[in-house]
Design a protein around this ligand. Structure first.
Ligand SMILES: NC(=O)c1ccc[n+]([C@@H]2O[C@H](COP(=O)([O-])OP(=O)(O)OC[C@H]3O[C@@H](n4cnc5c(N)ncnc54)[C@H](O)[C@@H]3O)[C@@H](O)[C@H]2O)c1
Length: 249
């Protein structure tokens, strides 16, 4: 299937985890993929992994929380490929910390990357899409944006804000031909989640919280990004697609 032939997809946080899986999925379906990430060595490895398989991909070092860098990256991708048709606005950070212990600097860091960074990238790409007459934007939220979890006040707040940012973007941008949705994954096995939780905790967590009896894999999420970017989702707009093995049920 080559649903995304001649489509340019910008994926943030593309060096590993869910972002890399999203990049792989779009590349395998014929797209040119612009990979953006703050970690240059991992980004270069991700780029090599895709181009080595004959896919069309290029890496762009980017800290999404720095608006000037976002401006430069969007301009560079548009300058090189003529357009950004699809944005997978995925970059994010997480760590656990009791509410009363969160320092102002760490609160600001979480909001700076997960909310401000998402806004900078979405807005700059939306301006470009509006000028060229349309596109698709998919923001990475989380089940933590729909229900709280202890020790994640800063993360929960950032992802809850992404859900309403997405809905407001959908209301404002739909008339310009830009479809906007969010994806809300539950527990997905990635370097992010592995850095936080040990295997014994994960086993107890699955038993207590996930009816499907397993954690998710990045491919469980990248397929949803591909669906949302495709014509099959032509009337899906302002939605938040939950993929959590039944946890919120
Ligand atoms: N893993 C999960 O269980 C889970 C669940 C729900 C939502 N999410 C969300 O999915 C997204 C991807 O998570 P993941 O699990 O793949 O994490 P990950 O840590 O494995 O990957 C995140 C990527 O984002 C990059 N990144 C971090 N800060 C950045 C910045 N300032 N600018 C550019 N890139 C930056 C990292 O270098 C990394 O490559 C995040 O937004 C996360 O909040 C993850």
């Amino acid at each position: 299937m080559e649903r995304f032939r001649e489509r340019v997809v910008l994926v943030t946080g593309a060096a590993q985890g869910i972002g890399f899986s999203i990049a792989e999925r779009f590349a395998a379906e014929g797209a040119h993929v612009a990979l953006a990430d703050i970690r240059e060595a991992e980004l270069a490895r991700a780029e090599r992994s895709l181009t080595g398989r004959g896919f069309s991909a290029a890496g762009y070092p980017l800290d999404v929380s720095v608006p000037e860098q976002v401006d430069q990256t969007v301009a560079a991708v548009v300058g090189k490929h003529g357009a950004i048709h699809i944005l997978a606005n995925n970059a994010g950070i997480a760590w656990e910390e009791p509410f009363v212990d969160i320092g102002d600097d760490r609160w600001r860091k979480m909001i700076d990357v997960n909310l401000n960074g998402m806004f900078y990238v979405a807005q700059r790409v939306a301006r470009h899409m509006k000028a060229r007459g349309g596109g698709v934007i998919i923001n990475m939220a989380s089940t933590n944006g729909l229900a709280g979890e202890a020790k994640y006040a800063h993360y929960n707040a950032s992802k809850g804000a992404v859900v309403l940012l997405t809905k407001t973007m959908a209301i404002e941008l739909g008339a310009g031909g830009i479809r906007v949705n969010a994806v809300c994954p539950g527990y997905i096995q990635t370097p992010m989640s592995e850095a936080i939780d040990d295997p014994a905790f994960v086993a107890r967590y699955i038993d207590a919280h996930i009816p499907l009896g397993r954690v998710g894999q990045p491919s469980d999420i990248s397929g949803i990004f591909a669906f949302l970017a495709s014509d099959d989702a032509a009337f899906v707009h302002g939605a938040c697609i939950v993929a959590d093995g039944g946890q919120l049920a």
